[in-house]
Design a protein around this ligand. Structure first.
Ligand code: NAD
Ligand code: UDP
Length: 364
């Protein structure tokens, strides 16, 4: 059997959070031929002098350029997206375009050329849990544990534009599945559950603007001494998954094509579930350890409504607990990093990167 490390990879969106970690791992393990495509390379700059990586500055809206790079690859890994909840309610047309229309072109190109497509979807396709509609049964695991091939997908009304991203991603999954069914497309769909780690998101006002994902929101608040904002009281729950564990699942897919092709995989750490209020408490306490000179006062937290924080049309996923039986059995994958360790690594990186001086500050 051919050594998977000799296959030619084309990674679209390689310069982003997941792409940068995946590239590091592939480089470390001497994958021979990696074409990294993105419109930005800041997060992968230190890798670009390696012989086995070719960086291509390409906008995937450049159709001939895209076709050329897909043509010469054996495997296409598709990571390009707008995947920040604050955008779903503010620029839904862009969100739908980049998460559905454009990747649809990637799917068609892979189908026409016989390429294996590894497509990154999202755990958000599951939407809200059934438990939310049957609160009396909310503690029954069947009501909130999400399985790739059996759980329903429950999105809110059209006017709740929060679901623009989930709907675009879900429809694309259905198109990929149909290409597999009708035209034999070889595909794997990955549903990430809140990956966290270094280089995840920008800090507003320093290297980006708007509202990043929750971890960067809380880091910004901690580093600038502002209150952490708990949307709708921080009752929603997430299973935060450390990026190294997540990348390990993807590498296992690449190494086991027979197990991975034609399948959808949840990639998440069921043991790391926490409410967002619980996450804020944990981050505050780790921040105090990492930066002991900050004022050891009561937690500074503000409750805000979803609409005031994200704008009209915001709704939330109440709970996202992955069933990872399939990844365990077919990929022999097991997420290993507990939430405290994942947060410690990630927060230490943010503090180093953004030069937080950990100076004493006013208590809230
Ligand atoms: P990211 O935003 O860090 O990376 C996306 C990359 O795509 C960026 O580097 C961006 O520059 C690039 N890109 C955007 N438009 C482009 C264009 N027109 N042409 C070329 N490149 C373009 O996102 P991420 O966190 O690395 O997520 C990667 C994938 O995983 C996405 O599909 C996302 O929906 C999915 N996902 C991630 C998470 C998570 O926890 N990080 C959760 C659910 C789903
Ligand atoms: N959230 C919060 N405060 C913030 C940012 C986000 O309470 O400053 C909440 C948000 O409402 C959601 C959860 O944190 O319930 C996770 O948000 P994230 O942006 O990371 O993405 P999601 O998991 O919703 O895709």
């Amino acid at each position: 059997m051919r050594d998977p490390r000799t296959t030619s990879l084309c990674i679209l969106g390689a310069g982003g959070f997941i792409g940068s970690h995946l590239l590091s791992r592939l480089v470390r393990e001497s994958w021979r031929d990696i074409r990294a495509i993105d419109i930005t390379s800041d997060k992968i700059r230190r890798l670009l002098d390696r012989d086995n990586i070719t960086f291509v500055h390409l906008d995937i809206y450049d159709t001939p350029g895209l076709a050329e790079h897909i043509e010469r690859a054996d495997i296409v890994i598709s990571l390009v997206a707008l995947c920040n909840p604050s955008l779903y309610t503010t620029v839904p047309l862009d969100v739908i375009d980049i998460n559905f229309n454009r990747p649809l072109e990637v799917v068609r190109m892979c189908a026409a050329r016989g390429k294996w497509l590894i497509h990154f979807s999202t755990s958000e396709v599951y939407g809200k849990t059934i438990g939310r509609y049957a609160p009396e049964a909310a503690d029954d695991p069947a009501r909130f544990v999400l399985s790739e091939d059996t759980s329903p997908m429950i999105l809110g009304p059209v006017g709740a534009q929060r679901w623009s991203y989930a709907a675009a991603k879900q429809l694309l999954e259905r198109v990929i599945y149909a290409y597999g069914f009708e035209q034999g497309l070889e595909y794997t769909i990955v549903r990430p559950f809140n990956f966290i780690g270094p280089r995840m998101d920008y800090i507003p006002g320093i290297d980006g603007s708007g509202v990043p994902r929750v971890l960067a929101c809380f880091m910004e608040a901690l580093m600038t001494g502002k209150p952490l904002k708990l949307v709708d009281g921080g009752r929603a729950r997430r299973c935060f998954t450390y990026i190294d564990d997540a990348v390990d699942a993807v590498v296992r897919m690449l190494e086991r094509p027979d197990a991975a092709k034609g399948r959808i995989f949840n990639v998440g750490h069921p043991g790391n579930e926490v409410t967002i209020a619980g996450l804020a408490e944990k981050m505050l306490s780790i921040y105090r350890e990492l930066c002991p000179r900050i004022a050891p006062e009561a937690p500074c937290m503000d409750r805000v409504s979803g609409e005031s924080f994200y704008g009209a049309g915001y709704e939330d996923s109440d709970r996202r607990m992955p069933d990872i039986t399939k990844a365990r059995s077919l990929l022999e994958w097991e997420p290993k990093t507990d939430l405290d360790t994942a947060l410690r690594h990630t927060m230490a990186h943010y503090i180093r990167e953004y030069g937080a001086d950990c100076a004493p500050r006013e208590a809230c």
